[in-house]
Ligand binder design. Structure first.
Ligand code: NIG
Length: 394
């Protein structure tokens, strides 16, 4: 077993330990079992003797659970530098930009797509993400969507079928929805855990979104939805009614939307993606209003080439605290336990005994530094299932 000791501040997300949501233990230690799970956590002075083959002193650094990034679009080709620059010069963001990436993705080889996805997955890991979800959605033909999901599966088991990202150019929308709910779903479902739909003006309307999620659920997939990103609309209501694990974006959520999310008592999480709002010059979502109403909030990167080209959860945490009214504690919880809730996972997002030993050693004495020092390279080491996968412990 590996013992990590000398932890100045350990965040476990186990409220039983200190009565607060983060379950903070000071002067702490963690024992990691050979099975890659947390075997023991507590104060250093209570560390049981004789169990560890190796003991590492972390010199007072903070340790937090590995980040759970529950919304990414990792498999694509090309980039949209020009579109971004034009937006920063005043042009509006439109859902149709997705088609530019679809064209580049269809033209790319599997090897190119895999290399790009692996590079981004490595970036995510190096910034502390130990669990990530990845969507298809830049293929939009049966073969290309299957290809994207197969490649996604090489980087994560949390794969999402997003054939309903936009209607491809030159295609009749009704015929495309039939394809998404029929032949494409049949081909994609074996490679996916989730189904998603972009419910937005310019993408899919409420009736189409309902039909797509219902078809996915009948095929054994869990539902999630892109909702209320670019304007107010029916997305959150559709997601809640479909028992979606998560409504993502929620930038333009009404009081009724927030009430509906709160009414699910955490069954449907609001996943906020502030870099997308930053990169599209949109208002940031009002996390405070949601939290005060009792909504369970997750934070995620939305890593994609159009609206949010980053895999950095620490950046998202800093934005959530600085611009969305979240406390440092709430933002860290939302980027760990909140992400796990958005994926309906109980084995990650916390460091209770039996959890996957996924943790981040910070070059800082406290998790507060994640927001206090935006942009600073604070991630010293990342442990995933008990193995050091980035940086070093000594
Ligand atoms: O979550 N909103 C839809 N999908 C992505 C954007 C993808 C793109 O612009 O390429 C998002 O922001």
């Amino acid at each position: 077993m590996l013992a990590l000791a000398g932890i100045g501040e350990l965040v476990t997300n186990d409220p039983a330990l200190d009565g607060g949501p983060l379950g903070v233990v000071r002067d702490a230690a963690v024992l990691v079992g050979g099975d890659g799970r947390v075997a023991w956590v507590g104060e250093r002075r209570a560390l049981p003797d004789g169990h560890a083959d190796r003991l590492v002193d972390l010199g007072g650094r903070a340790v937090v659970p590995g980040f759970v990034d529950s919304h990414t679009h990792l498999v694509f080709a090309g980039d949209r530098t020009d579109e971004f620059a034009a937006r920063m010069a005043g042009r509006r963001y439109e859902a149709g930009g997705i088609r530019v990436t679809v064209a580049a993705t269809r033209a790319a080889s599997d090897a190119q797509l895999e290399a790009n996805a692996r590079r981004l997955a490595r970036e995510a890991l190096a910034s502390g993400t130990t669990t990530l979800e990845a969507k298809s959605g830049y293929g939009l033909t049966v073969d290309d969507e299957v290809r994207l999901l197969r490649i996604s599966r090489t980087v994560t088991p949390e794969t999402t079928y997003l054939g309903a990202h936009v209607v491809p150019d030159g295609t009749d929308p009704d015929a495309y929805v039939r394809l998404v709910c029929g032949e494409m779903l049949t081909a994609c479902a074996p490679h996916a855990r989730w189904i998603d739909v972009f419910c937005e003006r310019g993408a899919f309307d409420a009736d189409q979104s309902r039909a797509i999620l219902a078809a996915g659920v009948r095929a054994g997939l869990g539902a999630r939805i892109h909702a209320n990103q670019l304007g107010s609309g029916p997305g959150i209501g559709v997601g809640v009614a479909a028992d979606a694990a998560s409504c993502d974006h929620c930038t333009h959520a009404s009081d009724a939307d927030i009430e509906a999310l709160a009414g699910t008592r955490g069954r449907t999480v609001a996943t906020l993606l502030p870099v997308a709002d930053l990169s599209t010059r949109s208002p940031l979502p009002d996390a405070r209003r949601m939290l005060d109403a009792g909504v369970t909030v997750a934070l995620a990167t939305n890593c994609n080439p159009g609206s949010s080209f980053t895999a950095s959860v620490p950046l998202v945490i800093a934005l959530a605290v600085g611009g969305m009214g979240m406390t440092c504690e709430e933002a860290l919880w939302s980027a760990t336990a909140g992400g796990a809730a958005a994926l309906r996972r109980t084995d990650v997002g916390h460091l209770r005994v039996g959890a996957s030993a996924d943790l981040v050693v910070l070059d800082a004495p406290s998790h507060v530094h994640l927001a206090y020092r935006p942009g600073a390279p604070l991630v010293r080491a990342v442990v995933q299932q008990g193995r050091v996968v980035s940086g070093g412990l000594s």
